[in-house]
Write a protein that binds this ligand. Structure first.
Ligand SMILES: NC(=O)c1ccc[n+]([C@@H]2O[C@H](COP(=O)([O-])OP(=O)(O)OC[C@H]3O[C@@H](n4cnc5c(N)ncnc54)[C@H](O)[C@@H]3O)[C@@H](O)[C@H]2O)c1
Length: 318
């Protein structure tokens, strides 16, 4: 099948590119290699000479170009975005343009090109500070950051395009994704990098905030299955491990894996836009996709640390 993949050079996108190619698909990969962090091209390098892989260095905001690239494409996996809560607090317009306007552009182009389905990327952050945990898709979404607002707006466009124009879509609410290739602005990577340099982990808040960390291969498996599952009818789906752990627990696993249990965490003030707890109910995704997350946080952290130890010289500039 011919598929398109936006954000193909990113952390989750490049891992999904590996899977799509392994499964025998023709991948039209799109990424503008934005300046949020560098070094992404090396994730795609192994694929550049494959006949089933084409890379287009362009922005999803180029709607006419997207419609041209989507010709003959059955499924668009849409992962391109300005990810990250903190940058959105500093520069809300940047997040809005990439995430809300960008998704609208992808949907318009998909509709024009006759694409069957758009699998879009949302975020657990849309829930804000949830009143009850674990959160399920029917719970109210109350964003507390511009990033979350832009993602919720993208979700609404996905649902509307299904209802108004019959374009099949689904918005996947990923919960803190981690694993090899993780973005340099994300906590697990920052803690690991500091531990390997002999620096104490710096934790925002008291470390008792909890997160539903989801291993990247589990996320990619769910995203992949969304290309062929029964019609998701424009709805959101939680993609999460369904388990929750404190940041203090994750840090202690990282210190064990890096053999630096001597380093004692340092606690800093809380960050604007961050939520206290995330914990998702993944029953809807399990039922629709026949999917279940497989990797525990202990196993996932060990795998991430071993990837980072091996690659960090190469990724030093990222
Ligand atoms: N990593 C997580 O924990 C997490 C959690 C929730 C949601 N998400 C969502 O998952 C998706 C992938 O996230 P990631 O962590 O892999 O981020 P990432 O930053 O590694 O990947 C995003 C990619 O999109 C590209 N991009 C940005 N703007 C673009 C544009 N205008 N046109 C074309 N390409 C553009 C970037 O160059 C980058 O390669 C995003 O939609 C993100 O919001 C991620």
């Amino acid at each position: 099948m011919k598929v398109a993949l936006t954000g193909a050079a990113g952390f989750i996108g490049s891992t999904l590119a590996d899977r799509l190619l392994q499964e025998g698909h023709h991948v039209v990969a799109i990424d503008n290699f934005d300046d949020y962090y560098s070094g992404k091209m090396r994730f795609l390098e192994p694929h550049l000479d494959k006949g089933s892989f084409e890379l287009h260095r362009t922005s999803i905001l180029e709607q006419a170009e997207m419609a041209r690239l989507f010709q003959g494409v059955e499924v668009v996996y849409h992962l391109a975005a300005q990810a990250g809560v903190r940058i959105s607090v500093k520069d809300p317009m940047r997040s809005h343009q990439a995430n809300a306007t960008g998704t609208l552009s992808v949907l318009l182009a998909a509709k024009e090109a006759g694409v069957r389905r758009v699998v879009s990327s949302s975020s657990s952050s849309v829930y804000g500070n949830a009143r009850k945990l674990p959160v399920s898709e029917s719970d109210q979404a109350v964003p507390v950051s511009p990033y979350a607002a832009s993602k919720l707006s993208a979700e609404m466009y996905c649902r509307l395009f299904y209802e108004l124009y019959g374009l099949q879509s689904v918005s996947l609410r990923y919960f803190t994704v981690y694993g090899p290739r993780q973005r340099p602005d994300m906590a697990i990577r920052i803690f690991t990098d500091r531990a390997l340099k002999g620096l104490r982990p710096q934790i925002f808040g008291d470390g008792e905030q909890t997160r539903d960390f989801t291993y990247v291969d589990d996320v990619v498996d769910a995203v992949y299955r969304c290309g062929s599952c029964p019609d998701p009818k424009g709805e959101p789906l939680n993609i999460c491990s369904g388990r929750t752990v404190t940041v203090n627990h994750v840090v202690s696993e990282i210190l064990k894996a890096t053999r630096r249990t001597d380093l004692k965490p340092e606690y800093l003030g809380t960050q604007q836009g961050d939520v206290d707890h995330t914990w998702g109910d993944n029953r809807k995704a399990r039922e629709l996709l026949g999917w279940r997350p497989m990797v525990t946080i202990e196993e996932g952290v060990a795998r991430f640390v071993s990837w980072y130890e091996e690659k960090r010289e190469m990724h030093a500039e990222m």
